[in-house]
Ligand binder design. Structure first.
Ligand SMILES: [Zn+2]
Length: 440
């Protein structure tokens, strides 16, 4: 351990040289796809062959010769498409009716970071099972369980989506909690669920701390409290994060907060409560991503008829204004009878209710997700040179988005995770970091 810590540069180099996840170099996998969807162009091509080697796509076309010795996977009766993205989830948080009455403040008090990290591993597997190959994990992960989850998946300990994690949500005094003075001041109870940062010095320090402990994006509370952050303070977050190559997502719940976040030019805005027609027009003009987290009314108890009506209307308005859209759920609770992935996919109901065409819903769930995650050049589209992630369904999601409710096949990094509707993740589990060790 000490040896590794002394030479992180060498460790990174070894990690880069490692074979990487997925099928081994020299071993070719050939997929026969009955139909292949390109969500960006909203087109579908019949009878395609997809070749994969070393965890990457190496060739895609109609009349490709399948090399001798290749493993052939027959999806000729299926529709193949790129993996899905949930642009806002919290895999290391699962609040529930029993015992905490769906109050996550109590979850945080009663469930340790190690327990939540194990839950995150399970939730990640459940997301992958539902076809999500990338998840942006936006805080509320205890003491950096999100970073541990990302590392464990990257190193090859467990299967899971690619994780873009935020570390601890940064807010001014209290985060989203209203603790008592004795618990907040004497016991520092807000941390590690939130990082307090109230002054420019503290803002800089908080961004650097998250980066040090493994964040891949910065998440801030723009207006969780009446004091919130000013436009200049948000700009400071953005410039400090940019030094490290990170983008800033603002949690926004008021129109005033949305104005400050859009004025400052955040990368993405989480939640739809502050997003008016005027804000949508600004977001479209500035290219600010919308992670609206529009809870469907079918998830009983997690929205109200009034809130749902506003979510549907807001999503419709955003689509009409051509705001860059992502599929985002904030699905951080237990719904008995459903996996975390099934809860997330349920959110298509709100998109359908907003009258958004299936092709545009699918584009938000794929291309929009890769762009907001900044993975486009490495992972996402089914394109030669990119990581071999894909899923398959029976129907055509360009005609009915409900086809995504039953993902039959999942491949991540060239390794089959789910086949014929059954998870078979054995090849993902290893007794060590087979993909190379990384310091975070
Ligand atoms: Zn959230």
């Amino acid at each position: 351990m000490a040896f590794h810590r002394l030479i992180p540069a060498l460790v990174f180099a070894v990690g880069a040289l490692a074979a990487g996840p997925g099928n081994a170099p020299g071993q070719v996998t050939a997929i026969r796809a009955g139909r292949l969807v390109d969500p960006e162009a909203a087109t579908i091509a019949a009878n395609q062959v997809i070749l994969i080697e070393g965890g990457r796509f190496t060739a895609i076309g109609a009349n490709l010769a399948i090399p001798r010795g290749a493993e052939v996977i027959d999806l000729s009766g299926m529709t193949v498409l790129p993996g899905l993205v949930d642009a806002h989830n919290h895999l290391a948080l699962t609040y529930k009716a029993e015992p905490e009455h769906n109050v996550y403040y109590l979850t945080y008090v009663m469930e340790s970071t190690p327990l939540r990290a194990i839950q995150a591993a399970s939730n990640g597997i459940q997301m992958l099972d539902a076809g999500f190959t990338i998840v942006r994990d936006m805080g509320n992960a205890g003491n950096y369980a999100d970073a541990a989850l990302r590392q464990a998946i990257e190193q090859g300990w467990i299967p899971g989506p690619m994780i873009i994690n935020s570390g601890i949500i940064i807010g001014g005094q209290g985060g989203q909690f209203w603790p008592t003075p004795e618990m907040a001041v004497d016991k520092n109870i807000v941390y590690p669920e939130y990082l307090d940062a109230d002054t420019p010095d503290e803002i800089v320090k908080a961004v650097r701390r998250n980066a040090l402990f493994g964040a891949r994006v910065i998440k801030i509370c723009v207006d969780c409290k009446p004091w919130g952050y000013t436009t200049d303070e948000i700009r400071l977050f953005i410039s400090e994060a940019a030094k490290i190559g990170l983008k800033v997502e603002g949690h926004v719940q008021t129109v005033e907060g949305a104005k400050r976040a859009t004025d400052a030019g955040v990368w993405s805005i989480a939640h739809d409560r502050g997003l008016t027609d005027e804000m949508h027009k600004v977001m479209a003009q500035k290219g600010i991503w919308r992670a609206g987290t529009e809870t469907p009314i079918s998830l009983t108890g997690h929205t109200t008829p009034e809130r749902y009506k506003n979510s549907v209307a807001g999503l419709r308005n955003a689509w009409e204004n051509k705001v860059p859209l992502t599929f985002s759920t904030d699905a951080d609770y237990y719904v008995p009878g459903k996996t975390r992935g099934q809860v997330a996919i349920e959110f298509i109901e709100t998109w359908k209710a907003a009258g958004i065409p299936a092709a545009d819903i699918l584009r938000a769930m794929t291309i929009g997700g890769y762009k907001v995650s900044e993975t486009m050049g490495k992972r996402g589209p089914i394109r030669v040179g990119l990581a071999a992630d894909l899923i398959a369904v029976a129907g055509n999601p360009l005609e009915s988005i409900d086809a995504l409710r039953e993902v039959r096949f999942v491949m991540k990094d060239g390794t089959v995770f789910k086949r014929d509707g059954v998870m078979t993740p054995g090849k993902f589990f290893h007794g060590g970091p087979v993909n190379g060790w990384n310091i975070r």
